[in-house]
Design a protein around this ligand. Structure first.
Ligand SMILES: Nc1nc2c(ncn2[C@@H]2O[C@H](COP(=O)(O)OP(=O)(O)OP(=O)(O)O)[C@@H](O)[C@H]2O)c(=O)[nH]1
Ligand SMILES: [Zn+2]
Length: 355
């Protein structure tokens, strides 16, 4: 090495190894040739990856190389592919590297389940989709998503759909004290309206759409990505629940840059992996009220200052409901309820309407 020259990774790779024989280049050409791609669909061990190109890119089916060990591949992962990356029918490439994830959105089956799943990797924004009606907005589910976004370090965006069915302002007022960015879409004569504001928020970023089944996520994706072809369903008039129509999660490129990831049919979103002490951080309308709380306050005790904060109107008109939502969430995360009861509670979280 010439003096003053930086000792970088390349030097390490071509340096003769300890035994002083051959340079350690054995694996290198293969990885150097690897093609960068993004995982768009994962289906039973096979991943569909998009290799971007000037022609809009092409899809490649790939399997995880054994050398990756147990690391799973999830939608949104940025990977390196080797082997046949042509994407032609009946070809299978290998994923030899998963790039370090910038963010991970996690969930658990319920609030006490020790097994956490990574839902999506490398997303910047969590778009919480809720319908103003049909189905009624589930405030507690929205709160859960906001906690998940906060925990993952993703920016939250509230997207209220079906603005044609009811004045969205009534619903928006619930979250107004949070200073949450929000957009409203509706069905109009020529299709979905309000899309420009949505496009502006999605531009150049990776956004994940989450929301209760039937709120209109797939409809939104189809309107934003012309060839997305996401299956949409109708809401059951009797139960108000959406049917599971678009079956698998998928990442799609937006026409003017950026990615959108649809997560169909989510019915519960457990947060067992979230430290209860961090939950209040996601309740921007309540968290400043904590300053008067006794040290180590569980926010479920008599001395908790949040009651006074809410009573003074500092958290807006929805304050009491928001505090109740926070407390329920904290209680289930602390495991104060039996899992069975908790599942019942989860169902209730989703089926009890906002108003
Ligand atoms: N009135 C009205 N109906 C809408 C609007 N957007 C979607 N819908 C309808 O709502 C129903 C459910 O929409 P989907 O897009 O399938 O809902 P989803 O969120 O993708 O549901 P899952 O795939 O089950 O998660 C469909 O019948 C849509 O036509 C809207 O803005 N206004
Ligand atoms: Zn407190």
């Amino acid at each position: 090495m010439t003096p003053g020259r930086r000792y970088d990774e390349d030097d390490v790779r071509i340096r003769p190894n300890r035994r002083g024989s051959r340079p350690r280049t054995k694996e290198r050409p293969r990885h150097a040739d690897a093609v960068p791609a993004r995982v768009v669909v994962v289906d039973r061990g096979r991943s569909t990856c998009l290799v971007e190109g000037t022609d809009g890119g092409h899809l490649v089916t790939a399997m995880r190389a054994r050398e990756l060990g147990r690391t799973g591949v999830v939608v949104g992962d940025e990977v390196a592919l080797v082997g046949d990356t042509s994407g032609r029918a009946d070809t299978l490439a290998r994923i030899v590297r998963i790039d370090e994830r910038r963010t991970v959105l996690r969930r658990t089956a319920d609030d006490t389940d020790p097994v956490e799943r990574v839902v999506v990797a490398n997303a910047d924004q969590l778009v919480v989709v809720a319908a103003v009606a049909d189905p009624e907005p589930r405030a507690r589910l929205v709160d859960r998503f906001l906690v998940a976004a906060y925990d993952a370090g993703m920016d939250p965006l509230l997207c209220l759909t079906k603005g044609d069915l009811r004045d969205a302002r009534e619903v928006l007022s619930t979250w107004a004290p949070l200073g949450l960015d929000a957009v409203v879409t509706s069905r109009g004569e020529g299709g979905i309206v309000g899309l420009d504001a949505v496009r502006e928020r999605l531009h150049g970023r990776t956004s994940v759409l989450v929301g209760h089944s039937g709120v209109g996520k797939s409809t939104l994706v189809n309107a934003l990505v012309p060839d997305a072809d996401r299956a949409t369903g109708s809401v059951n008039a009797v139960t108000g629940r959406g049917r599971h129509t678009s079956t698998s999660m998928a990442a799609m490129l937006l026409p003017d840059g950026g990615w959108i990831i649809d997560t169909p049919g989510i019915r519960s979103f457990g947060l067992a992996h979230v430290d209860p002490e961090r939950v209040l951080g996601a309740f921007a309308d309540l968290r400043d009220g904590e300053q008067e709380c006794p040290r180590g306050c569980t926010h479920d005790e008599e001395e908790c200052a949040l009651d006074a904060w809410v009573a003074a109107g500092r958290a807006g008109s929805a304050g009491p409901e928001r505090l109740a939502s926070l407390r329920r969430l904290l209680a289930t995360l602390r495991g104060e309820r039996e899992p069975d009861m908790q599942r019942g509670r989860d169902r209730e979280d989703q089926s009890s309407p906002l108003q």
